[in-house]
Write a protein that binds this ligand. Sequence first.
Ligand SMILES: Nc1nc2c(ncn2[C@@H]2O[C@H](COP(=O)(O)OP(=O)(O)O)[C@@H](O)[C@H]2O)c(=O)[nH]1
Ligand SMILES: [Mg+2]
Length: 252
Amino acid sequence: MTDVIWITIPTYNEADNIGLLVSEIRKAVPDAVIAIVDDNSPDGTGDIVEGLVRKDQQIVLIKRRGKEGYATAIVRGLQEGLKRGALILGQMDADFSHDPKSIPALLQALKEGGDIAIGSRYVQGGRVEGWSPWRLFLSRSANLAVQVLLQVPLADATSGFRFYQRSALEHLPLDRLQVEGYGFLYLSAALAVWKGLKVRQVPILFRDRRQGKSKLSRRILWEAAVALLKIWIWRHTGRWLGKPLIQTSPQP
Ligand SMILES: Nc1nc2c(ncn2[C@@H]2O[C@H](COP(=O)(O)OP(=O)(O)O)[C@@H](O)[C@H]2O)c(=O)[nH]1
Ligand SMILES: [Mg+2]
């Protein structure tokens, strides 16, 4: 394994997407290691990936026992990449919302000096296709709230299509974040900005998923909103309201 570029893909019931997605990523970045973190999907996603692993040594399957959540799946995949010595580590969804054809542009942004490249829907040249006006409004308002309350000058901090330099990831305590889904995404982006890392925003076309169902629920949306308030209070008072969302020491 060359292990230079490592792409983490969390999956839960993505049997209709994963095979084609992997082959499209292969075309876009022939040398990348593609690491799929599957939570024992009832639809057999893991079995499909096992078949792919047999044909392609640059595919890795990380199996977890059950549905443990998006954020911890991302962390697990990225940590495995760090352990195996990857120099550039990325994350993207399995449902074709994140187009593999955009990966080279994200990698280029790192080459040009970025510590992190975020595929962004809400910068010039970026776009969302297939969302209802309501869903778009929610996503845009969430990002506006993050910009104003956390003072993070990023158009799309809730995007899950990203690449990190190894050194940047080593500076970010992602394994200590105690928040799921969108909250995990904007908090990790905010930490990068607060630490002075260079975050590049690369325009992407985001398409709503074609196959399967969204797993990020209303509960996770609500959790992300409450988390925003808690983080705001913490930044202004130094105290957490309730359980700290950033643990002081790594989890055992
Ligand atoms: N391993 C794992 N992957 C998950 C979990 N929840 C969501 N995912 C994956 O994370 C990605 C984003 O989830 P998705 O349902 O598309 O969320 P949405 O795009 O916000 O509606 C997809 O690749 C999902 O299969 C989970 O609990 N475990
Ligand atoms: Mg999706």
